[in-house]
Design a protein around this ligand. Sequence first.
Ligand code: ACO
Length: 402
Amino acid sequence: GIDLGKLLAKTDLVTLDPGFVNTASCSSAICYIDGDQGILRYRGYPIEQLAEHSTFLEVSYLLIYGELPTRTELEEFTHKISRHTLLHEDLKRFFDGFPRDAHPMPVLSSAVSALSTFYQDSLKPFDSNHVEISTIRLLAKLPTIAAYAYKKSVGQPFLYPDNSLGLVENFLRMTFGFPAETYELDPALVKALDLLFILHADHEQNCSTSTVRLVGSSEANLFASISAGINALFGPLHGGANSAVLEMLEGIRNSGGDVERFVAKVKNKEDGVKLMGFGHRVYKNYDPRAAIIKRTADDILGKLGGDDSLLDIAKQLEEHALSDDYFIERKLYPNVDFYTGLIYRAMGFPTKFFTVLFALGRLPGWIAHWREMMNDPATKIGRPRQVYTGHTVRDYKSLSER
Ligand code: ACO
């Protein structure tokens, strides 16, 4: 082959592809998606098998290091993470400065960005020992940061991590434990959250992962790059969709539960209303993650005591949409976020917090991509071209002439 990038670089030609609909920005061996077939694999392993048999930490290891860990490797990895869950006491004080009703996503990205100031060894992005310790710190500390963002919002004291617990258990205890001693971990909740984290763990060059890679391509360190990824995830067209779905369902219920009327509004594009949790840039058949979540939603909501009226509205919406030409023609199917909000709500998380849960799940994918990029000799700083549409040259006019 011909290297199209190099060929184009030698000419004045540029490709214009808004939203990178058809432009690959890199080669990657981490995640495979076939949008027409509804296939998702991490490092070659089908998402369905990982969802059934694996755990979030094992999947994190797989994404970051490329292979499923042996028993010893997994034990070491788990042990290392559990030893880094504490936040520096000075970093904890950051939370005092945020308003109590702050959205937790900017709190999360600010705290992650601040990790660079506490761990200045991270500023050497090519030193493998430093990359390794930054990786462990991020995996260990993000759940603590997220739990403290929650604690701050409800005005409860922060709990120190209990490192005898697993990552998900520890996160739930630090979030909901009040007082900590009385908090009883519900195995169904732990399993469900672990599963949701697995399903969110990677999705190749989505907006936030591409952001992590683009920022990292300037040789910015892991914390700076992941902080940028968190901000990209915040948007309602990306990770923010899980909150938006729940707000949409509540809106429909509160205005009388007329699903048909809402679907008509979406089809007429009234006020730019979209069916949140539907559609995907890559999946044009179905989102395999949504299929897994849908299968488990009833089960989990049954166990956790979710709000049936909202689940009913969600199911009606899906039914209407899947038999409607507007959605069929545009190949719009439920995506991963359509049912997750209902589950998070049943778990006790406030709506604003849902996107934080997405970030916790996506973290190993972001790390894996950053590391893959830094180790790839073909990596160049990301610097897209543009097609200029402004004025041609014109002469400056003084203020009095304008
Ligand atoms: N509801 C109604 N119409 C939609 C929806 C939707 N959810 N999604 C796309 N469409 C329509 C568009 O209006 C457009 O119609 P047109 O041809 O008449 O103009 C057509 O379908 C194609 O849509 P695009 O916007 O071109 O698709 P794109 O690939 O750019 O967008 C996206 C994908 C952003 C996911 C979009 O489907 C969307 O906004 N969905 C709702 C938000 C959402 O759920 N996001 C989560 C994505 S998954 C994730 O991040 C985990």
